[in-house]
Design a protein around this ligand. Structure first.
Ligand code: 4NP
Length: 164
């Protein structure tokens, strides 16, 4: 099983959206036995809360239900548990880097997987009026890229085992 963790600041807007979209795409491709996902926040203000109602609503209009997700804070064990850890922006990536010890090779930025989007960060929509649709689109595109990345990595690893 390849385990993916999405990380943002509050774990109520961007990373639960990513968890929901990514799981949806994994299921659509029949990869549930191979790839799984979770999400967490670097901050702890919203622990135990459902996603922001605007994130829930935006996902629902695209037929993805994230209402049952609950926020949790990143913990040091996550660096052992997960194979790929994806930060939504460079501030959160910097935070992860400080805690990752010798696991920094697992760390990525979400938009690393969307080369056509010419920006570094998925913007934080929490204080904005209506950034949620834009955030959803960016996460959808990069989630597809991430699945391709994992499939390629898995194929390479399988190839190496056969070579040995
Ligand atoms: P998220 O958005 O990191 O995408 O979940 C935020 C949610 C809450 C806060 C900041 C960002 N906050 O400061 O409470």
């Amino acid at each position: 099983m390849h385990r993916v963790l999405f990380v943002c600041l509050g774990n109520i807007c961007r990373s639960p959206t990513a968890e929901g979209i990514f799981r949806h795409l994994v299921k659509k491709q029949g990869l549930e036995e191979i790839i799984c996902a979770d999400s967490a926040g670097t901050g702890g203000w919203h622990i135990g809360n459902p996603p922001d109602p605007r994130a829930i609503q935006t996902a629902l209009t695209r037929v993805i239900d994230i209402s049952d997700l609950r926020a949790r804070q990143l913990k040091v064990d996550d660096f052992l548990t997960f194979d790929t850890i994806v930060a939504m922006d460079s501030d959160n990536l910097a935070n992860l880097r400080r805690q990752a010890g010798n696991h920094t090779q697992k760390l990525f930025l979400m938009l690393d997987f969307a080369p056509d989007i010419k920006r570094t960060d998925v913007p934080d929509p929490y204080y904005g009026e209506n950034g949620f649709d834009e955030v959803f689109d960016m996460i959808e595109i990069s989630s597809s890229g991430l699945i391709e990345h994992i499939k390629q990595q898995t194929r390479q690893q399988a190839g190496r085992h056969i070579d040995v």
